[in-house]
Write a protein that binds this ligand. Structure first.
Ligand code: 4NP
Length: 154
């Protein structure tokens, strides 16, 4: 299965989600290909934000290899699930979906842990390190819930 995580800049939330989901899937022995992308191309080619890298390192994950890239039309066909961080991402990603099949792949990531609640991962970019801690714990809950469901289906 292939999962794409999407946020605005692909330098804070979605690279953190990518690192968490990839590492947790590996620990559980679940074959999962994970990538991340941006709805906004202004940070294309950049490493994850240093605060995101620091938070991830503290929790034992490395995301320094990730580079920001914008979502493409090919992503909608290639990935099985496309998870977004907030409602702005959701609107942007849905609006570019090429067909109804890809439309159905898209959801807010936190709906994995809190189904139907439409909760958002808050944008930590303009705050301090504490925002990144909060983002980490929300993403970890969503990733664990998503993997729990895959495990149940195996
Ligand atoms: P992200 O965070 O979407 O979680 O990567 C942001 C990154 C950049 C900006 C905003 C949020 N920005 O305004 O440039």
């Amino acid at each position: 299965m292939k999962v794409l995580l999407v946020c605005l800049g692909n330098i804070c939330r979605s690279p953190m989600a990518e690192g968490i989901l990839r590492d947790l899937a590996k620990t559980r022995g679940i074959p999962l290909q994970v990538d991340s992308a941006a709805t906004y191309s202004g940070h294309e080619g950049e490493h994850p934000d240093s605060r995101a890298q620091a938070e991830m390192k503290k929790r034992g994950h490395s995301i320094q290899h990730i580079r920001s890239r914008p979502i493409t039309q090919a992503d909608y066909l290639e990935f099985d699930r496309i998870f977004v961080m907030d409602k702005n991402n959701l609107r942007d990603v849905l609006s570019q979906a090429p067909n109804s099949t890809s439309f159905q792949k898209i959801d807010l990531f936190l709906n994995q842990a809190w189904p139907g609640k439409d909760l958002e991962v808050p944008d930590p970019y303009f705050g301090g390190q504490q925002g990144f801690e909060r983002v980490y714990s929300l993403l970890e809950r969503a990733a664990e819930a998503f993997l729990d469901e895959i495990d149940e289906q195996r």
